[in-house]
Design a protein around this ligand. Sequence first.
Ligand SMILES: NC(=O)C1=CN([C@@H]2O[C@H](COP(=O)(O)OP(=O)(O)OC[C@H]3O[C@@H](n4cnc5c(N)ncnc54)[C@H](O)[C@@H]3O)[C@@H](O)[C@H]2O)C=CC1
Ligand SMILES: O=C(O)[C@@H]1CCC=N1
Length: 262
Amino acid sequence: MKLGVIGCGKMGSALVEGAIRSGALQAEQVTGCDPHPDAAKAFAAATGAHVVDTIGAMEADTYLLCTKPQHAEAALGWLPAKESRLISVAAGLTTAWIEARVPAGVRVVRCMPNTPALVGKGAAAFCLGKAANSTDAEAARLLLGSVGLAVELPESLMDAVTGLSGSGPAFVYIMIEAMADGGVRAGLPRAEALKLAAQTVLGAAAMVLETGIHPGALKDMVASPGGTTIAGLAELERHGMRSAFIEAVHVAARRSAELGGA
Ligand SMILES: NC(=O)C1=CN([C@@H]2O[C@H](COP(=O)(O)OP(=O)(O)OC[C@H]3O[C@@H](n4cnc5c(N)ncnc54)[C@H](O)[C@@H]3O)[C@@H](O)[C@H]2O)C=CC1
Ligand SMILES: O=C(O)[C@@H]1CCC=N1
């Protein structure tokens, strides 16, 4: 694969850096393009990939569209008229929307990764556009799978994925920050509180994934009768923590649909 990265910001860099670290990609296979010189420079430094000034100057058989959705139309206008694959990470933009703006011969894959791809712990879903084939699915699976979980889903579910795992890291970061604040309030030094909070989230997630036990049952295993945990859980319920998370994912998914023009 010769990968041309259109937009070398946070998500483009996380995916490419993660894929290079995993060994799935070599820096020599990647070219980046970004009109923002600082972004291009940081991408080249972090990945070792070559950067060029224009999309047309990239030697690529696969393009990775990593601009903001609002900048995608302008970028797509510069795609060369040749057979190629375009993997888009842009929130909300449908394969039909993209297909209407690319030259004939460009096969479109829409995906929704997340930034933990940088450390090989991403969670991503993808779907195929109407001209894309099983080789394109394999290419998406290879790239996204090299940096974490990658699942193929119907396009009708991509906004839901965006609200859950695309935006989700930010929801978890504020939870970690708040838990660490709680630790500091209870007397822990800030650095230890942050490490303990983050490791607790990592460990709890691993328990769910590795034991296959329902999170409700795992919660019950922590909460002793009359103990500390049930006191804390009651406080979280009093503040509507569950419905806050449910609503956060729901409105993020709805916003994804809006970005796509729904
Ligand atoms: N940040 C995240 O956690 C995630 C972001 N995404 C999607 O990734 C895309 C990029 O988001 P971020 O990386 O956060 O934004 P960002 O702002 O960090 O990166 C976007 C880059 O695109 C560049 N750009 C703008 N117009 C361009 C053009 N015509 N040609 C080439 N480059 C151009 C910008 O200069 C910028 O460096 C968005 O569509 C977003 O929906 C998807 C999943 C997670
Ligand atoms: O906030 C956003 O719009 C992007 C898409 C998913 C995560 N970040």
